[in-house]
Design a protein around this ligand. Sequence first.
Ligand SMILES: [Zn+2]
Length: 92
Amino acid sequence: MSRDRVHCVDCREPIPGDARICPHCEAVQPSPLVDAGIVVAGVFAFVFGAILALMTIGTTRLAGFLLLVVGFGLAVGGYTRHVDRQAARRAR
Ligand SMILES: [Zn+2]
């Protein structure tokens, strides 16, 4: 039952876990699922890119390297967003 332990990012009032907008101050709630999706997609792209870069040659290898870089950026970016939000939540 961790879904109903969600608090508004703005006014800290408890809100339903699936609420997209706070019923108290109407602040839009960020979805942790989006971050998780970005990280998962990034890791997949990273792994797939690594395989392409290691196993193939020529243009496909170049595409693999590109995928590797993009995947790494997505994974790190998504994780950083998540950490930033937690830090901001704690600071309040
Ligand atoms: Zn609120």
